[in-house]
Write a protein that binds this ligand. Structure first.
Ligand code: SF4
Length: 467
């Protein structure tokens, strides 16, 4: 076992060899696939007469294109139906496990793999989706990959990658009421920038992270990619092991203890050397909302929008572009801005703990007139659990729509789309221009609790006032 950070240990353990390019050929323990980035990869495989090398290490689900209201087949959208049929055919042809709609385990790929215990510490994981970094919450090294790399992993179970530097991001202290993991990661990206992590893996540490549940840790790691980092991870600990114990794909009985010992040995050593260390104080973090067109353009909800001249020079042009697109004015408060749509869901914040927290604020309140508000559970299991707890009733009584699992309006590759220049208060992870289905649609990223605060007041609001 090599010494150093968890990243070094996992990387070394999965290194097949060093390629002439200087890149590492890295073995991938788990390959997650979905309907959007896999059809072309399977086609390339067939063109070259190749097969899937390790179908048992490949797991498929359908999430991006799934309608969240009417899921009967064929889908009304013929392109979505084609993608669906293509994935069904490819998984059957190559013997790949597929969690289809109605299987009881379908959902957003980054939600279902952890909930089944497919995601485990020390693994290398790849998926044709940027937010694969989510799985790092378990102490896995997880990369989002492009379509040609999906082909490579299907055919060889390996990836050619340059080794990353490691930045330790330490967050210490207790989060104030109304402040969540989403606020922590938005704050980190605001401070370090959307390109701050380029060339790095982010290791999140410190007492704030240690006190977080696995679902909160997933929210943090999920958005590593928005800070420019190729992956993000957290050292596995008792919280990780308690979450994983007895899930269907984790080792059982004697093998469980062996696995825990192995996972513990992967933790970054106390004297591990990092390429960079950054420290944050949790008590300084407020409920955070993005106002612009990158996830780094965020402010505390009680702050005024930044004046262009007060921003670092390198950020001024994009800020100007953002103000124009978002139709907002520097120096004015963001709080009080009217919203049209409120969306809770996505691989960042569509898990059961997100819905429980949101329901606490929705209970006994009503969605403001004229606001379209909807909840999209991250998976069929999340939906079932939420319904068993009566959360669906709480949301529906408050005027939220209760939907079927999928990516929904995170990316809007399905019927859930903004219209015109609607403003959306969204628990998702990207606020790029046009991200939520309208070329002029505007997205404000925030925590699920803050989305409820926006829904019931009809405008950007401070959730702390509802506590
Ligand atoms: S919820 Fe959004 S970010 Fe997550 S996998 Fe789906 S489209 Fe990608």
């Amino acid at each position: 076992m090599s010494q150093g950070t968890l990243f070094d240990k996992v990387w070394d353990a999965h290194t097949v060899g060093i390629l002439p390019s200087g890149q590492t050929q890295l073995f991938i323990g788990l390959h997650l696939i979905h309907e959007v980035t896999s059809p072309q990869a399977f086609a390339m495989l067939r063109d070259r007469g190749l097969t899937v090398l390790y179908p048992e290490r490949t797991v498929a689900t359908v999430d991006h294109i799934v309608p969240t209201e009417e899921r009967s087949r064929p889908f009304a959208d013929t392109l979505a139906e084609e993608m669906m049929q293509s994935l069904e055919a490819s998984t059957a042809e190559f013997g790949i496990r597929f969690y289809n709609i109605g299987s009881g385990s379908q959902g957003i790929v980054h939600v279902i793999a952890p909930e089944m215990g497919l995601t485990q510490p020390g693994m290398t994981i790849a998926c044709g989706d940027s937010h694969t970094s989510t799985h790092g919450a378990f102490g896995a090294i997880a990369f989002g990959i492009g379509t040609s790399q999906v082909r490579d992993v299907l055919a060889s179970q390996t990836l050619a990658l340059a080794k990353l530097k490691v930045r330790k991001i330490e967050i210490n202290g207790t989060l104030r009421p109304g402040v969540y993991a989403k606020d922590v990661i938005l704050h980190i990206i605001r401070k370090l920038g959307v390109k701050g992590g380029v060339g790095y893996a982010y290791e999140y540490a410190g007492t704030t992270i240690e006190a977080m549940s696995m679902e909160e840790r997933m929210t943090i790691c999920n958005m590593s990619i928005e800070g420019g980092a190729r992956c993000g991870y957290i050292n596995p600990d008792e919280v990780t092991f308690a979450y994983l114990k007895d899930r269907e794909f984790v080792p059982k009985e004697d093998k469980w203890q062996e696995a825990v010992q192995w996972w513990q040995s992967l933790r970054s050593d106390r004297d591990a050397e990092y390429d960079d260390v950054v420290v944050f104080n949790a008590e300084e973090i407020a409920p955070t909302v993005t106002w612009g067109i990158t996830p780094g353009q965020g402010i505390g909800v009680d702050e005024a929008l930044p004046a262009i001249e007060r921003l670092p020079e390198g950020e001024r042009a994009i800020a100007q572009e953002a103000y124009k697109y978002m139709q907002l004015t520097p120096g004015t408060p963001l709080q009080g801005t009217q919203v049209d749509v409120c969306f809770i869901g996505s691989c960042t914040n569509g898990r059961i703990s997100d819905l429980r927290e949101a329901a606490k604020f929705a209970e006994g309140r009503k969605v403001a007139t004229g606001v379209k508000a909807f909840i999209v559970p991250g998976s069929e299991r999340v939906k079932q659990q939420a319904e068993a707890e009566g959360l669906d009733t709480i949301f529906q009584n408050a005027g939220f729509e209760w939907r079927e699992p999928g990516c929904s309006m995170c990316l809007a590759m399905n019927p859930d789309k903004l219209q015109g220049d609607w403003i959306s208060a969204s628990s998702s992870n990207r606020n790029f221009k046009g991200r939520q289905g309208s070329a002029t649609g505007r997205t404000l990223l925030m925590s699920p609790a803050m989305v409820v605060a926006a829904a019931v007041s009809g405008k950007v609001a401070d959730v702390r006032e509802l506590i």
